[in-house]
Design a protein around this ligand. Sequence first.
Ligand code: ADP
Ligand code: GN1
Ligand code: MG
Length: 377
Amino acid sequence: MKTQLDEDRIRQAAQAFGLGTEIKLRRYGSGHINDTFLAETGKPEDGAFILQRINQEVFQNPEALMNNIRGVTEYLKAAVEKEGGDPGREVLNLIPDREGNSCLRDRHGDCWRMYRFVQDSFCRDLARSPEELYECGRAFGHFQRLLAGYPADQLAETIPDFHNTPKRLRDLEAAARADGCGRFAGVQEELGFFMERSGRLGLALSMQQRGEIPLRVTHNDTKLNNVLLDRKTGRALCVVDLDTVMPGLSLYDFGDAIRTGASTALEDERDLERVSLSLPFYTAFTKGFLEECAASLTEAEIRMLPYGAWLMTMECGIRFLTDYLSGDTYFHISRREHNLDRCRTQIRLAADMERQMEQMEAIAAETAGRVREKNPG
Ligand code: ADP
Ligand code: GN1
Ligand code: MG
């Protein structure tokens, strides 16, 4: 069970990371997993800080998770520096606690961490222009390219079977059978949508098992609001939310970004008429992503990217419905039917992707061809 948070506890955690008693604190961002706070000292020269309580129901070994993040951010900093970038703004900067640890355990058993707040940046829950999507594509493509040489065996698996979609479906079936909240009868249509497509959910994993697509170091949670853009230039700046950096498939990172970035509506939109896949946004993301990492992807991986968008949308819908049936214990919610609403947008979006799949495939193939022509090898 999560412990209750009050202002004093958050303040004490901030102080353990070296912040004074005079700081201003407020909840920040729209992430579904951790408790995130912005801490400001009031002195502009100090900058600001992101203080997070790590969700230990989701991440059972926060120390191993922080080891991953320390390793990955150090590696990224060196790579960004080598390319002439600014590691202070383009990579998450961890602040150790007063004892030098990147993870603070308080007397309630909660785990906290602190990052430097990336100033003059913004992120979106819903994209406003193809240019923003192009920049997000560049950010995640760049991330993938920079981490291509990272030793995967040094990464702990922070959530086992995170993108094992067939297992996610089995979990949904189990939640439906248990029907712990009496919600089963009300979700027959939604369950039916996923069950009818069960045969198509294991394709990526079986290709990986047959060696047809490679396991890489991937981000695995490439939601649009996990990219910061530069407020002044609008350019891609920094990828955040590194909790799920683990071995994975390139189509997961491409796919989850399309799921959130190329949707014409928010993930929890109630008016389903507004939910569709925007091809201009999809095209822009694909261009940014492939300009950065096409050279390191195989033909088979590129072919699978559009399927990845559909798969990640299906998987997320399945997870939202599972959480709804299980009593909303995983994702943060702010209304009773929140997870069901989210599940319905994912169904709508996946169905729209099915209608547009041929175009999505043609766009990915053409873009890859053009990028490679310009930049052979
Ligand atoms: P969650 O796992 O709950 O999604 P995130 O790590 O993604 O938590 O943080 C939530 C939000 O906080 C992000 O979507 C982003 O908007 C913002 N954020 C996180 N880290 C930083 C940072 N270092 N600088 C600026 N904003 C940040
Ligand atoms: C969570 O942490 P956040 O809000 O960026 C979730 C993702 C889901 C997403 C759905 C660790 O992402 O896997 O796709 O919600 N993260 C985790 O919005 O489960
Ligand atoms: Mg996040």
